[in-house]
Design a protein around this ligand. Sequence first.
Ligand code: SF4
Length: 332
Amino acid sequence: MLDETNSGNVLVEVRDLKMHFPIHAGVFKKRVGEVKAVDGISFDIFEGETLGLVGESGCGKSTAGRAILRLYDITEGSIKIDGVEIGPTPQPKLREMRPTMQMVFQDPQASLNPRMSVAAIIGEPLDEHTDFSKKEKREKVLGLMDAVGLNRDFANRYPHEFSGGQRQRIGIARALALNPKFIVCDEPIAALDVSIQAQVVNLLEDLQEEFGLTYLFISHDLSMVRHIADRVAVMYLGRVVELATREELFRAPKHPYTQALLSAVPEPDPSLEEKVERILLEGDVPSPSKPPKGCNFCTRCPQVMDICKEIDPTGKEIAAGHQVACHLYADT
Ligand code: SF4
């Protein structure tokens, strides 16, 4: 984790990133529209920090994570990782950059090949990107198993022989194999039993400290994000609506959507629980293929004004490091 001042260097710079998926219809598969899953997001991630990316399911946060790692060919925008622009880089060329940036997926069951042993799974990136001898590779794999708390005696076992938490440790070990700088953790604990979620989060924190990792931690679980993130970006319908340090965001959320989201988080202190005012949002999240005119949140916002239905608010820095995209803060 970074200190409060965020004085580190920028490792990841995302600017106006868009990921639109075409909608085709009819016999001739004509393009009839597009799903604007990510619609112009911008932020920096500092070296060694964890940026939490939160929002309800379908808000575009997972697509954003994949797009930043260029698992997709993006629609528009710029992504710089360690100073290198990868937005327009063709896929074959990206292969050379893969070691720097890795992903830990939500469902360890689905992301591990059931026919490969644990050693083969963890060592697979080494086959592709290094010319390690068999012995060197074995040593590296066993070292990674130690690092993520897996018993090295189990190196020749298969994924189905492990629990969900252990499988996620296998996925983390594989992500670490090439000494990455930046890891996108896409809901890494959502598929796990509550009792082991904290263990995996603690492991990610320990590994961050040990290897100097930088995380984009994608989650719908605000309590977990509050625990792990240095700063938090809140997404709604393909946009980042608020970004602030964890302390600032949880202490004084400014965007009406963030306020509603946080009001739904259970308060651990029972004496404060009664004082929490829940904000219930009405209506459904609009389709990302037909976002409303003006502010994306205007169809559900408890504080909507006339201007909101006409003009799209742009992100504004209302205090050092605290950005909000909302007309309520136009004059601050
Ligand atoms: Fe609500 Fe208007 Fe702010 Fe959008 S711009 S969040 S509709 S007050």
